[in-house]
Design a protein around this ligand. Structure first.
Ligand SMILES: O=P(O)(O)OC[C@H]1O[C@@H](O)[C@H](O)[C@@H](O)[C@@H]1O
Length: 297
């Protein structure tokens, strides 16, 4: 069966390619596994990092995979988001499985949804409907995030940020991310608020994460290559103008309670999103953001 619903997750299996799969937890609609073969046709291998200490029981957001960040990135900055926790509520609420959207020789695709609950309304009282479509193809995983304003025409618009928090499994000390040269970014590792709010310009051909990195690139190219000696993943995006590159290294990684020992050496987070400024959604409108992850080696 290409789509199997289990207790806490839905499992996608490629209809033709034995072992190519994806697993999505209903908690947070978090993709916690993506297995894909290399281009040369090796056995499908895990492409995402999930910490061995990650909670998968819904007690806290998953440390790894692809958490969905909505409606606030990082600590909320919008007055309307003041009651929300870091990265918002999409990653720590239970989504509903809606349907299998596609099931053919090319791949398989499912849709999950999230609507306001009383607990969400207490913190973010806006009429919305979220849809998340995850598609597994031979060497690809696509995630589509749709935000709909479901209010009547007289309802005020609402504003949000959105981001795919990809933990890409890769040897962190050997990865390079391109092409970010010349792109402005905010350096969240700076000690003062003023320094964090002052844009810098990336001067490197290939960005590495050999030291603690938490950079928010604004108006980035939208297509990124993450390359290391034995592998490469491409991320293509639509409607996601910014990208965050994060790796805590030992300096801050060792302080993350649910990070496995040395985990920071096993991934790089490359996170496409709309996080500088806010999307403003009018009643009846739908906003769509998409990424396509492709194994290139
Ligand atoms: O620990 P969390 O809430 O999952 O966040 C992890 C990281 O997520 C990144 O997107 C942020 O830029 C970092 O500042 C943050 O530390």
């Amino acid at each position: 069966m290409p789509v199997t619903q289990k207790g806490d997750r839905v499992v996608l299996q490629h209809p033709k390619l034995q072992g190519a799969s994806a697993e999505i937890l209903y908690y947070g609609a978090t993709v916690i596994s993506w297995k894909a073969p290399s281009v040369s046709g090796s056995e499908p291998a895990e492409r995402l990092f999930v910490s061995g200490k990650a909670a998968l029981d819904g007690s806290k957001p998953v440390r790894g995979g692809i958490p969905v960040v909505f409606p606030a990135f990082g600590a909320p900055t919008h007055p309307d988001h003041a009651k929300l926790s870091q990265h918002g509520f999409a990653r720590n609420n239970i989504w509903a499985y809606e349907s299998t959207v596609m099931d053919n020789e090319a791949g398989v695709s499912v849709k999950l949804t999230l609507d306001p609950t009383d607990a969400i309304k207490a913190r973010f009282d806006h009429p919305f409907h979220l849809e998340y479509i995850v598609t597994l193809a031979e060497h690809q995983l696509t995630t589509d995030f749709h935000v709909k304003h479901t209010g009547l025409s007289t309802t005020p618009p609402f504003e949000f940020q959105a981001l795919f928090h990809n933990y890409i499994r890769a040897p962190a000390n050997d990865v390079h991310i391109t092409p970010l040269k010349g792109v402005s970014y905010y350096d969240k590792t700076e000690a003062t608020e003023e320094a964090r709010a002052t844009p810098k310009v990336e001067s490197r051909e290939g960005v590495d994460v050999k030291k603690f990195t938490d950079f928010v690139y604004e108006n980035a190219p939208g297509k990124y290559d993450i390359v290391w000696p034995s592998g490469a993943i491409e991320i293509r995006t639509s409607n996601l103008k910014d990208v965050v590159v994060w790796n805590p290294q030992q300096e801050t990684g060792s302080k993350i309670a649910d990070m496995e020992e040395g985990g920071w050496e096993r991934y790089v987070c490359v996170e496409p999103g709309y996080v500088c400024g806010f999307v403003k959604l009018e009643p009846g409108q739908t906003w769509r953001g998409q990424q396509v992850l492709t194994v290139k080696v």
